[in-house]
Design a protein around this ligand. Structure first.
Ligand SMILES: Nc1ncnc2c1ncn2[C@@H]1O[C@H](COP(=O)(O)OP(=O)(O)OP(=O)(O)O)[C@@H](O)[C@H]1O
Length: 869
C-alpha cells in the first residue's frame, strides 16, 4: 500500500502545549505571555507586539484555525526553538475578536500600557496588561453587538426542582431575576432569552472553563440545552451571603427589600453571582446596571422552542433568516431601541388584558392621528441608541462622537414631549415630560464638545473654546508660540538680510534655521551652529528651542486636559444612565406602537377584542407574513371560530383537510400568529377578531429530523406531541400539522386519531389539526366539539386550481398523485400509483371500521375500534 502524501507536521507544533516546556528556557516575552495566560487559562490571549496582537502556543493554533489565518512560528528560546504563532493587525482587533466571540470564545486582550520607545531606550520589555476581557455575554462594544437584538448574560442556580435565574444585557443595563420550580420551565425561559452566555456555579475541577455550544461537562445539568455557551463559576460567589452582599454593595443599598426580591433566595444568588462575573470581566469599567427587577413566568404567554421556531417568530425555519419572519413583517420601528423592544414583546406576549388594552389604545390613537404618527416617526428616526450610549458612557468607553449623538438625542426628547403633549393614551403620556436635568445635560454636552470631534480620544480637538479657562489660556499661548514660529522666517530674513534663510524641522534637532553656506558669515551672534551640509549651515537659537519645547509640551498638556474635561462630562452622563434608560424604554415602546399603527393602517388590520375565556373568532383573517410576500389582493382571507362563546356551538377542535399545497399549514399558522400578535397588543390582519387570552400556544409542524440529537423524525414528532398532551390546558391554542406521518400508515392514523380524541375530550383546548388522514373527519360525527373544515380546490380537466378557501366539511382526497405528476414523476409511476390506490381503497378495513363505528352511539371518551375485521 502506498503511504499517504500528507504534509508533515511543522516542527514548531511540538511546542504547542506550553505546559510541557521548561519555562526557564523561554524568552522573557514568552514567559510573560504564559504568566498572563495563566490568570485566565480558559480564554484566548491576544498579546500586543508592535503593530500586531499575537497569540502563541495552542491559542495560536485555535485562532489561526477559527479565523483562517496563517499559522506561523516565533523563536521561543534557544533551547526550545520555535513555537506556534499567529497574529492580527492592531487596527483590526475589534473585527477579529468579534468573530471569535461569535464563535463562543472568550478573549483577553493584553495591550502595551506604556510608550514602547521609552522601554526600548531603557533596554527592558515594554509593560503590558490585560485591558479587556471579552466574553460572549459581556460585550459593550458597538461593533460587536447586534443593534436590534439584546445580548443577554444569564446566571442559573438550581436547588432540587427549584431554580433561580438572573439575566442582564450590560450594554442596555436591564437586569432581571426570577425564581420558580420545575426544571422544564427553566429550559423554556432560557430558550426565550437566548442568552449569549450562561453562568453555572460548580465545585467541579473544570471550574473556570467555558463551554462553547455543543460542548458538554458533568457540571452542566442534562436538561439544559447544549446550544448555549456556559461558563463554570465558583459556587462561593453564588452562596446566599456572598451574592446578597455583592448586590447590596453594587447598588449601594442596605436592604434588598426595595427590589422586591427578598422572597427569591435562588434569584438573589443568581443575580449576585452574575455581578461578580461582570466585575471580573469588565476590569476597570464600572457597568451601570439598572436596579434589579423581578418578574414571574406566569405573567406571560408561554411559547416553547418548537413554537417559536414553527411560527417563525424571529427567524425562518428554512434558512434561519430574519427576512420572512414575523418580526420582519411587523417591524416598522425607527430606532434600534424600538427594534429590540418589539423583539422582546414578540417573545414575551402578555396575559394581562389591561396591559394589552393599554398598548391597543395607543395604537388606536396613533392610527386616528395621522399627522402625529408621521411627525413622531420622523422625530424618532433622529434618536440614537440612548440605552447603549448611556451604558458606554457609564462604563467609560464612550468616545466624543457617542456623547454628541447622545446629547442630540436628549435634546430631541423635548421635541418629542411637545409633540405628544395632547396625547391621551398611557404610552404617549409617559413621554410628556422630560426630566429637565437631562435636557440641561444634552445642552452642556453640545456646548462643550466641538461639532465633529475625532474618533479617538487623547489626540485633542474635543473641547470648544470658552468651556475651560485654563484650557483657553493654554491654547492661546500655544497659538502665540506657533505664530511666532510661523513669523520667524520673515523676521529673521529681515533682520539678517539673507533672502534664502529658511526655518525647517527634523526629528533629530527639532526646529532649526538654515542659511546657504555662502552666507554663513552673516549669521548673527545668537545663532548656534548645529549641522553643516554641502550647501547649507543649520543653526538653533535659545529662544527657538524654548518656544519649541513649549509647543511640544503644551500640545501634550492640552490633550491631557481636554481628555480630563471630556472624561468628567462622560462620567456625568454615566451618573444619569438610569434616568436616561428609563426614558429610553418609553421611547422604545412608543416606537414599537407607532410602527404597529403604521402597519395596521397600511395593511388594514383590525383591533381585536380581547376577552377572558376561550373564544377565538377571526373574521377574514390573513397570514401577516405570507400576505406581505404576495402581490396586493392575492391573499385569500379565511375565518375561524373556535372555543366557547354564548349562543354558539363553536368547535374546540377543527380537523382541517385539503390537498397538498392548498394552504392548510398557512391557515394553521395564521391563527397562531394572529393570537400572538393580539397578545402583544398589536392589531391583527383580519376584518374583525374576538380573542380569549391564551396561556400557551403549542405547535407541532412538519417533520424535521433532529440529527444533532440523533433522534428520528418520528421520535421528534412523538416527543413534541407528548409535550403538548401533557402540558396543554383548556386555555391553550394548539396547532397540529400532520401528526403521525413519520411511521406506517396504520400506526400513524391510529396515533393521530387518539391524539385528536384526547385533545377534544380531555384537554379541550382550542385545536386545529391539519391532516391528510381523511378518516379523522369521522370524529366530528362522534364528538360534539369537533368540526371538519377543508381547504378547497377546483378540479379542472387537467389541473387543480388552488382556491385557498377554508370551508366547512372534510376533503375526501389529497390529490397527492396529481401533485406527484406536477412534480415530474414518470407517467408509469403515476398510473401505477393510481392503480394501487384503487385497490387499497377497495379493500381497506379502516374505512369499513369507521363506518361501522359511526352507527354506534359513542360517548365522548369511547374508543373506536377502527381495526375491526
Ligand atoms: N389563503 C391563502 N391565500 C393565498 N395563497 C395562499 C393561501 N394559503 C396558502 N397559500 C399559498 O399556498 C402555498 C401552500 O400552502 P401550504 O404550505 O399552507 O399548503 P398545505 O396545504 O399545508 O400543503 P401540504 O399538505 O403539502 O403541506 C403557500 O406557500 C402560499 O403561498
Amino acid at each position: 500500500m502506498q503511504e499517504s502524501q500528507g504534509k508533515a507536521t511543522p516542527a514548531y507544533m511540538k511546542n504547542a502545549d506550553y505546559h510541557k516546556l521548561d519555562r526557564a528556557q523561554l524568552t522573557p516575552m514568552m514567559q510573560h505571555y504564559i504568566e498572563v495566560k495563566e490568570q485566565h487559562p480558559n480564554v484566548l490571549l491576544l498579546y500586543r507586539v508592535g503593530d500586531f496582537f499575537e497569540c502563541f502556543f495552542q491559542d495560536a493554533v485555535t485562532v489561526a484555525q477559527e479565523l483562517e489565518l496563517v499559522l506561523t512560528s516565533k523563536e521561543g528560546g534557544k533551547e526550545i526553538g520555535r513555537v506556534p504563532m499567529t497574529g492580527v493587525p492592531h487596527h483590526a482587533l475589534e473585527r477579529y475578536t468579534a468573530l471569535l466571540v461569535e464563535k463562543g470564545y472568550a478573549i483577553a486582550v493584553c495591550d502595551q500600557v506604556e510608550d514602547a520607545a521609552q522601554a526600548a531606550a531603557e533596554k527592558r520589555m515594554v509593560e503590558r496588561q490585560i485591558t479587556k476581557l471579552l466574553t460572549p455575554g459581556t460585550l459593550t462594544e458597538e461593533g460587536m453587538l447586534h443593534a436590534r437584538r439584546n445580548n443577554f448574560l444569564a446566571a442559573v442556580v438550581i436547588a432540587g426542582q427549584h431554580w433561580g435565574l438572573a439575566y442582564t444585557d450590560i450594554s442596555t443595563g436591564e437586569f432581571y431575576t426570577t425564581q420558580s420550580q420545575n426544571l422544564e420551565t427553566l429550559s423554556l425561559e432560557l430558550q426565550r432569552l437566548h442568552p449569549s452566555e450562561i453562568l453555572i456555579p460548580t465545585n467541579a475541577p473544570d471550574i473556570g472553563s467555558m463551554l462553547r455550544p455543543g460542548e458538554t461537562s458533568d457540571s452542566i445539568p442534562e436538561f439544559l440545552p447544549d446550544s448555549f455557551c456556559y461558563t463554570l463559576r465558583s459556587q462561593t460567589q453564588f452562596s446566599a451571603g456572598e451574592a446578597r452582599n455583592q448586590l447590596l454593595t453594587y447598588f449601594r443599598v442596605s436592604s434588598l427589600e426595595g427590589m422586591g426580591c427578598t422572597n427569591l433566595p435562588l434569584g438573589i444568588r443568581a443575580a449576585g453571582g452574575l455581578l461578580f462575573y461582570i466585575e471580573e470581566t469588565q476590569k476597570n469599567h464600572q457597568v451601570p446596571l439598572q436596579t434589579l427587577k423581578t418578574y414571574t413566568l406566569s405573567d406571560y404567554l408561554i411559547l416553547d422552542q418548537q413554537t417559536r421556531r414553527n411560527l417563525e417568530i424571529v427567524q425562518t425555519v428554512r434558512d434561519g433568516t430574519y427576512h420572512g419572519s414575523l418580526l420582519w413583517a411587523l417591524d416598522r420601528t425607527c430606532t434600534a431601541m424600538g427594534g429590540r423592544a418589539l423583539r422582546r414583546w414578540l417573545l414575551q406576549p402578555l396575559l394581562d388584558i389591561k396591559g394589552i388594552v393599554a398598548r391597543q389604545d395607543t395604537i388606536s390613537e396613533l392610527i386616528r392621528q395621522t399627522n402625529l404618527r408621521d411627525d413622531l416617526r420622523q422625530l424618532l428616526r433622529q434618536i440614537y441608541d440612548l440605552e447603549r450610549l448611556s451604558g458606554r458612557a457609564g462604563a467609560g468607553t464612550a468616545n466624543a462622537r457617542d456623547l454628541r449623538g447622545l446629547a442630540d438625542s436628549l435634546l430631541r426628547l423635548k421635541d418629542l414631549a411637545a409633540l405628544v403633549k395632547e396625547g391621551n393614551s398611557p404610552f404617549l403620556r409617559a413621554l410628556q415630560s422630560v426630566p429637565p436635568d437631562l435636557e440641561e445635560l444634552g445642552e452642556k454636552i453640545l456646548n462643550s464638545l466641538v461639532e465633529s470631534p475625532p474618533q479617538h480620544l487623547g489626540e485633542g480637538g474635543l473641547i470648544r473654546p470658552g468651556v475651560d479657562e485654563q484650557l483657553d489660556q493654554m491654547q492661546q499661548t500655544l497659538e502665540e508660540d506657533k505664530q511666532w514660529l510661523a513669523d520667524l522666517e520673515t523676521s529673521e530674513r529681515e533682520r539678517t538680510g539673507i533672502a534664502k534663510l529658511k526655518v525647517g524641522y527634523n526629528k533629530t534637532f527639532g526646529y532649526f534655521i538654515s542659511i546657504p553656506r555662502s552666507k554663513a558669515d552673516l549669521a548673527p551672534e545668537n545663532y548656534t551652529r548645529k549641522q553643516t551640509l554641502t550647501n547649507e549651515e543649520r543653526y538653533i537659537t535659545s529662544e527657538l528651542k524654548e518656544r519649541e519645547t513649549r509647543i511640544l509640551t503644551a500640545k501634550d498638556d492640552l490633550n491631557r486636559l481636554e481628555y480630563e474635561i471630556f472624561a468628567a462630562l462622560r462620567a456625568e452622563v454615566g451618573e444619569k444612565a438610569q434616568q436616561i434608560r428609563d426614558i429610553s424604554r418609553a421611547v422604545a415602546a412608543i416606537d414599537v406602537l407607532a410602527g404597529l399603527a403604521e402597519l395596521a393602517v397600511y395593511y388594514d388590520y383590525c383591533r381585536p377584542e380581547m376577552i377572558e375565556g376561550r373564544c377565538l373568532k377571526i373574521k377574514e383573517g390573513r397570514h401577516p407574513v405570507v400576505e406581505q410576500t404576495l402581490p396586493t389582493g392575492f391573499f385569500v382571507p379565511n375565518s375561524t371560530a373556535m372555543g366557547f362563546e354564548e349562543k354558539s356551538n363553536n368547535p374546540d377542535l377543527i380537523i382541517l383537510t385539503g390537498p397538498n399545497a392548498s394552504g392548510k399549514s398557512c391557515y394553521l399558522r395564521q391563527v397562531g400568529l394572529i393570537q400572538l400578535m393580539a397578545q402583544i397588543g398589536s392589531f391583527v390582519p383580519a376584518k374583525e377578531a374576538k380573542l380569549g387570552i391564551s396561556d400557551r400556544v403549542f405547535t407541532r409542524v412538519g417533520a424535521v429530523d433532529d440529527l444533532a440529537t440523533g433522534q428520528s423524525t418520528f421520535m421528534v414528532e412523538m416527543n413534541e406531541t407528548a409535550n403538548i398532551l401533557n402540558h396543554a390546558t383548556p386555555n391553550s391554542l394548539i396547532l397540529l400539522d400532520e401528526i403521525g406521518r413519520g411511521t406506517a400508515t396504520f400506526d400513524g392514523l391510529s396515533i393521530a386519531w387518539a391524539v385528536a380524541e384526547y385533545l377534544a375530550t380531555q384537554v379541550q383546548g382550542r385545536t386545529i389539526f391539519a391532516t391528510h388522514y381523511h378518516e379523522l373527519n369521522e370524529l366530528a360525527s362522534i364528538l360534539p366539539n369537533v368540526a371538519n373544515y377543508q381547504v378547497t380546490v377546483k378540479e379542472m380537466e387537467n389541473e387543480i386550481i388552488f382556491l385557498h378557501q377554508v370551508q366547512p366539511g372534510g376533503a375526501d382526497r389529497s390529490y397527492g398523485i396529481e401533485a406527484g405528476r406536477l412534480a415530474g414523476l414518470p407517467p408509469t409511476v403515476i398510473s401505477r400509483a393510481q392503480q394501487v390506490m384503487g385497490q387499497i381503497e377497495k379493500h381497506s378495513k379502516i374505512a369499513l371500521g369507521l363506518r361501522k363505528g359511526l352507527t354506534q352511539q359513542t360517548e365522548k371518551t369511547d374508543q373506536l375500534d377502527i381495526f375491526e375485521t
